[in-house]
Design a protein around this ligand. Structure first.
Ligand code: FES
Length: 319
């Protein structure tokens, strides 16, 4: 687990919203640098963070309890291949850490022998200094190997890294989490990140982006052709790939309404709800391949047949 966490990841680990962390930073209760926070600062603000009884663990338990109903399964669990790939990645990290610990233990043993050898050749005064050093090393090693010396966030981070992956978008530095069967594009949309896209079905190529680091996996076949040269440079379609590990991608993000294309979309009324005599709640559904792209503050003209037309403001993404 890295010592520096993005706010999105930190919020997931602690079980609070990203907005709550941002408020703490604004109030000066937590130190943050460039949209990140250190594990130490996070634990200083949330000293009771525990693996047990946290929102994520409860959520996983809920999934089990619901006997993996299809919708819950799709929304919450990655596809088996992605899950297997993440577990393999985690196993590699574990194997690497174990090998490193063995090397450090061997090094410690050699250091100990060297200390004993050196001590035998020293006078009484230097002997006392070496003894002091030996006691200090013994104490430090004991503290570092105490059974309770486990960072609860590191354990939780390992669990999360199997269930989800973090995506950082460059150059905007937006970040979001990918979970369940979501593609990178779907996850970005859920997080309200306005990445460029068109059909969301692998045909138009508008969601093409470059993977800078991390592993992705194609989850859908696509008709749009990415040249071999582009593939070798790491280009993928966000609507047809998911994240296996934490990834960094290069992709344009809409920063102003000027980046938003004019869109005409035929939607159907999914549900209606009565609010009062003058107001009706309409739940409109756009085709899956033609979702409405917008930034908060834009407006949409709603037309119903030839008879009704109204310009309505759009608030922020409800994701
Ligand atoms: S949005 Fe059209 S190919 Fe991905």
């Amino acid at each position: 687990m890295s010592d520096v966490l993005s706010l999105t990841r930190a919020a997931r680990l602690i079980g609070v919203t990203r907005a709550e962390l941002q408020k703490k930073i604004q109030r000066g209760e937590m130190i943050s640098h460039d949209g990140t926070v250190t594990v130490g600062n996070l634990l200083a603000c949330y000293p009771d963070a525990q693996l047990e009884d946290d929102a994520e663990t409860r959520r996983i338990a809920q999934i089990k309890e619901r006997a993996f109903g299809k919708r819950v399964l799709e929304r919450s669990l990655p596809e088996p291949e992605v899950l297997a790939a993440r577990i393999i990645e985690l196993s590699k990290t574990l194997a690497h850490s174990e090998a490193q610990i063995k090397r450090f233990n061997a090094l410690l043993g050699k250091l100990w022998d060297k200390l004993n050898e050196t001590e035998a050749k020293l006078d009484a005064e230097a002997h006392a200094t070496v003894e002091e050093l030996r006691q200090w090393i013994t104490l430090e090693v004991e503290m570092a190997t105490e059974p309770g010396f486990i960072n609860p966030l590191a354990v939780k981070d390992a669990v999360l890294s199997v269930m989800t992956a973090q995506v950082t978008v460059l150059p905007s530095k937006h970040d979001f989490m990918v979970e369940g069967h979501d593609t990178l594009l779907e996850a970005a949309m859920r997080a309200g990140i306005p990445l460029d896209y068109g059909c969301s079905g692998g045909n138009c190529g508008k969601c093409k982006a470059k993977v800078v680091s991390g592993k992705v996996r194609k989850t859908r076949l696509h008709d749009f052709v990415i040249s071999e040269v582009e593939k070798s440079q790491g280009y993928i379609l966000l609507c047809s790939n998911t994240a296996v590990s934490d990834v960094v991608i290069e992709a344009p993000v809409a920063n102003s309404v000027l980046d938003m294309p004019f869109q005409q979309i035929k939607a159907h009324v999914k549900t209606t709800g009565h609010i009062n005599d003058d107001m009706l709640l309409l739940h409109l559904q756009t085709p899956r391949t033609q979702r409405l792209r917008f930034l908060a503050g834009q407006s949409v003209t709603l037309r119903v047949g030839q008879s009704y037309s109204a310009e309505l403001p759009i608030a922020s993404c409800p994701c």
